[in-house]
Design a protein. Sequence first.
Length: 260
Amino acid sequence: MAVPLQERLYRTEAIVLGRMDYREADRILTIYTPQRGKLRVIAKGVRRPLSRLRPHLEYFTRCQLMVAKGRELDTVTGAETVDAFLPLRADLDAFGHASHMAEVLNRLTEDRQENRAAYELLASSLHLLADAVDPFAVTRHYELALLTLLGYKPELYRCVSCEADLSAVSNAFSARLGGVLCSLCRGADGGSRMLSVNAQKYLRTLERHGLATAAKLRLDPGLRAELEGTTSDYLRHLTERDLASLKVWHALRDGSPPVP
C-alpha cells in the first residue's frame, strides 16, 4: 500500500556540509539538521544551470528544505536560503576554516543522531567567520566546543595518567589518552606532542572564558601552529584519518606544507 504524500514529506532547516556529483545532473548532499542530525540526501537535476534548487544548496548554506522520504536516500524537493554566508566565498581564510568545521562535524558524527547544540554551534561559527572574526580563534573555539558536546572533551587541568594537577610548565598532549600528561608521565605515550605553557593557557582560556576573551589575545605564528597541530593530532586520532580541509587551505594560501 502506498504511503500518503503528507507522510512522506518533511521540512527541515539544514546546513550543507558536503556534496558529490551523481549521474548526469544530480548531487548527493551531506547536510546537518537540528532535529535529525546528519543526513545524506539527493538533489535531482541540481547541476543544471536553470535548476531552482541550485542557488540554495551551495557549500555551508543555511537553508529550509522540503524533503521526500525515499528507500535509500531522501530527495530534496524544495529549498529556500536562510543565510548563504556570502562573505565566506570571497575570503580564502574564512572559506578554508569553514570547510574544516564542516569536515570535522561530518567525520565525528553518525547519521540521524539529533544534536541541536552541534547544529547551532556550526551556524554561529559560520556567522562569525562571515563577520570577519579571526578564523583561527573561531575554529579553535569551535573544535573545543564540539569535542565537548560530543563527549570527547580533552583533559586540560589534570594529568591523564597520574591525575595530578598540572603545573605551569611545558607538558605533553596525548591524543591517544585524550589530554595533557605531566612532566613525570610524558613517557606514558611516546607519540605525545609537547605543549607549551602559553598553549595550555590559551586552551584553558577558550574553555573557561569563551571566544570573546580568546579572540582578543595576540598569538605569534609559532603558537598558532602549535595549537593547530595539537588539535589536528587529536582529531586525527578520533576520526582515524587525516582531515584534508586545513591542508588544502595551507597549500592554497601560501604553498606551505601542512601542519605536522
